[in-house]
Design a protein around this ligand. Structure first.
Ligand SMILES: [Fe+2]
Ligand SMILES: [Fe+2]
Length: 257
């Protein structure tokens, strides 16, 4: 089964890239399930109901989040009524929503998805490794096909998670840094891995934001008003080809401009 995982989708440019290309990618590659990171869907900050509905209409089956999970207040209600949205499992237990979900792919197979947040250079959260173990234990009762979106800043922490979960899940992919890495591989015990899927959003930008205020901020150290960038877009993600035992047989990096 082929699963298409798309990194942080940023604002209108990112959503339009999925409008334009997702159906074709699904058809051409015989994709059974599509999961995106939705933390930046609405003006770069969180996911509104409108953005959620727009993306499900495009063919998106599941949504993960990250440090921007709560930026848009509608998310609390959205998560309550839609079981295909998760936030990092190692956020406080008092947070709304869940850290893992079970989705049904187009071919009828069940797929578990876990969302985790890193601890290095990220907001405080509990141990992602322990949270992964806990979520895997419960999902394994239902399926052998499990994906992990590790929303984290540090490459070393992401690689550590990949190696820690090798053979325990089908794929570990990173999100949050908004730049696609070229290190996709299959780890020795069959887990597909990439450090970051990359951003789907404006190409001529700094992580999806207008360049000028970001540069100004670096030069002056003074606060600036950031706004999302417009213009030409790029769609970034990975297709994981996973067998019935949950082993990844192929990883294909996707970058469409
Ligand atoms: Fe992001
Ligand atoms: Fe993030």
């Amino acid at each position: 089964m082929k699963i298409f995982c798309v990194g942080d989708v940023v604002s209108r440019v990112g959503r339009e890239m999925l409008h334009t290309h997702l159906r074709r990618v699904i058809d051409e590659n015989d994709i059974s399930l599509t999961v995106i990171n939705g933390e930046n869907l609405s003006h770069g900050h969180g996911m509104s109901r409108r953005a959620y509905e727009e993306m499900t209409d495009c063919g998106v089956d599941g949504f993960t989040l990250g440090n921007h999970a709560w930026d848009c207040k509608e998310i609390v209600n959205l998560m309550m009524y839609n079981k295909n949205i998760i936030r990092p499992a190692n956020f406080s237990d008092r947070c709304p929503g869940k850290g893992s979900m079970l989705l049904t792919a187009r071919n009828g197979q069940r797929v578990g998805v876990i969302n985790l947040s890193g601890q290095t250079y990220m907001n405080p959260c509990s141990c992602p490794f322990e949270a992964a173990e806990r979520e895997i234990k419960s999902l394994k009762k239902e399926t052998d096909i499990i994906l992990v979106d590790f929303h984290a800043e540090a490459t070393s922490e992401k690689q550590a998670m990949g190696w820690y979960l090798d053979g325990k899940v089908s794929a570990v992919f990173g999100t949050h840094t908004h730049v696609q890495t070229a290190d996709e591989m299959i780890l020795p015990s069959g887990t597909g891995y990439i450090t970051d899927l990359g951003m789907t959003g404006a190409v001529y930008s700094i992580l999806g934001m207008e360049r000028k205020p970001v540069i100004e901020r670096f030069i002056t150290g003074m606060p600036q008003k950031f706004s999302v960038a417009d213009g030409e877009g790029r769609l970034c993600g990975c297709i994981f080809d996973i067998n019935d035992k949950g082993i990844t047989e192929n990883v294909t990096r996707i970058s469409i401009m």
